[in-house]
Design a binder for this molecule. Structure first.
Ligand SMILES: [Fe+2]
Length: 308
């Protein structure tokens, strides 16, 4: 049975590439791989790219790229999806080259962004090793993938979305969080992992929001890098959406701040890697054990901070 290996890349549509360039390199600590008038790609490790951004006023998630370890694995998975009635198209050779992969297929998510399935990612030359301007250590990537995304199901299709990830894409359920955020208002989130075990590569919850993407998460090896990234986000004038805190399910220590596109990023340390032999699916009653205090979003009206 073919199965996704990891979340290999993520694509965003963004309205301001210049702000993203400063944010990605100086605040998050990524490296620019390519930049032109309408696009930019970012590195976090030896992959030629991990995030790509296209000039697009949507300011939202456009692609989740799922990695397979070989062409037979990819083809077997694609055949299974087609047998389930999923409409798939193969990326043109030119688009596959832009993604730095050998071959890829794409299909639509129930919530209006695309899933791409690929194998054969591009590896940068040894003399062109990833170098962050600001990180003390490294991002946690490798076969665990880029991190995770939390796209919302926003059209009363929460159950359909969960079924799509679980039964169609065959992602593995990690756990659930059902929290009454205010009397009578229950938020239900479902977390999914791939076979390489990062606690979740994608999670979803149903919410009436204008954007599909709530946040994406990147993880660092060194806990100090979370604190240093928090200080950089504050210094850059970003809205700190959730202060430093700790999640009960993936055990991540993190903060959340707003990107130049309005959706959030989570910058974290210490996430669990699931051992399938001993893992037990649980349901938690709160999103955070401690911290993650929510701040009101501040609309910046001055030119003081170039990123806000
Ligand atoms: Fe997260």
């Amino acid at each position: 049975m073919a199965e996704i290996s990891s979340l290999g890349y993520v694509g965003f549509g963004v309205s301001d590439l210049d702000k993203w360039q400063v944010f990605a390199t100086d605040v998050m600590g990524m490296q620019i791989a390519q930049r032109d008038e309408t696009s930019m790609s970012l590195r976090m490790d030896e992959y030629c790219q991990r995030f790509f951004l296209e000039l697009n006023p949507c300011d939202d998630l456009i692609v989740a790229g799922w990695e397979f370890t070989s062409e037979p694995e990819l083809e077997s998975y694609v055949a299974e999806l087609k047998a389930k009635g999923v409409e798939l198209t193969q990326l043109s050779p030119e688009l596959a080259r832009r993604r730095h992969v050998e071959k890829a297929y794409t299909c639509q998510d129930p919530n209006g962004y695309a899933h791409e399935f690929f194998f054969g990612h591009g590896v940068a030359n040894l003399k062109d090793q990833f170098r962050s301007k600001v990180l003390k250590g490294r991002f946690v990537t490798g076969d665990l993938g880029v991190g995770h995304i939390l796209p919302f199901a926003n059209r009363d299709n929460g159950p359909e979305t969960v079924a799509f990830y679980k039964d169609v894409l065959k992602l593995r359920v990690s756990d659930y969080i059902r929290q009454e955020v205010q009397p009578g208002m229950l938020v239900e989130a479902t977390f999914f992992h791939t076979k390489t075990g990062r606690h979740h590569s994608i999670a979803t919850a149903q919410a009436p929001t204008p954007k599909v993407l709530n946040h994406f998460m990147v993880q660092v090896e060194d806990m100090d890098d979370v604190g240093l990234a928090y200080d950089r986000a504050k210094a850059a004038g970003l809205n700190i959406v959730l202060e430093l805190g700790h999640h009960p399910n993936d055990k991540t220590f993190s903060f959340y701040a707003q990107t130049p596109s309005g959706f959030n990023y989570e910058f974290g340390w210490g996430g669990v890697v699931i051992d399938e032999n001993s893992w037990e699916v649980k349901t938690y009653q709160q999103m955070s054990d401690w911290g993650h205090k929510r701040n009101p979003i501040v609309i910046q009206e001055t030119e003081e901070h170039p990123l806000s």
